[in-house]
Design a binder for this molecule. Sequence first.
Ligand SMILES: Nc1ncnc2c1ncn2[C@@H]1O[C@H](COP(=O)(O)OP(=O)(O)O)[C@@H](O)[C@H]1O
Ligand SMILES: [Mg+2]
Length: 228
Amino acid sequence: MGLLEARNVTKIYQTESAPVAALQNVSLQADAGSFVALVGRSGCGKSTLLNLCGAMDFPTSGEVAIDGQVTSQLSDAALTRLRREKIGFVFQSFQLLHTLSAVENVELPLLLARRGHARQAALERLRWVEMKEFAYRLPHQLSGGEQQRVAIARALALNPRLMLADEPTGNLDTATGEVVLNLLRRMARELGVALVMATHSRESTAAADYVINLRDGRIEHEPALQSR
Ligand SMILES: Nc1ncnc2c1ncn2[C@@H]1O[C@H](COP(=O)(O)OP(=O)(O)O)[C@@H](O)[C@H]1O
Ligand SMILES: [Mg+2]
């Protein structure tokens, strides 16, 4: 069984005008240590799927299970615990708190979870993303790629088993994006984290173990490769 399983997930948003079918009958699995890339154009449903996988929202039909727990069956308290203890999030816009230094950003989830030795653990995470020498800089004193590495260290603070990254290289140039992609790949391999990354750029999927193509809310299966 995968650490993350989405089974026949459909998501329909009710809006003032017509209902929007953002996902239709989508299934995916992510195991510990594997890197799954979700690729497709803007509006195809990538963020919707990541939100469902992160227990931030729930499917209209079908189900999402994280470490065997079906998200739509959990209490609010259990959901809070699941999100905090098992899932890390990385965003296109980094979302660091701009008045806190790099190390304070990474330390925050540890303090909120009342973990001991928070500063030491935060510095250790920064060392892992090769940002320890920038620990006391504010986000605006860092480049985009450096900010994203700090954001990854923050997402790793509580040792999540699942990492969800929504267009993590979307605000970075190609070379810096490569560095971040390699870091995410190393994270999956070395730390055994299951990684699901959404991207609209096919080039960004090169480091992934599995690529899922989404088109208009459905999984698009590539035609089978012809044998030579
Ligand atoms: N909260 C919402 N309410 C209504 N429609 C939404 C909402 N969020 C996303 N959508 C619609 O669902 C579709 C998929 O959006 P999204 O998951 O954000 O795609 P992507 O991340 O691939 O760009 C789009 O048509 C979008 O307009
Ligand atoms: Mg999106």
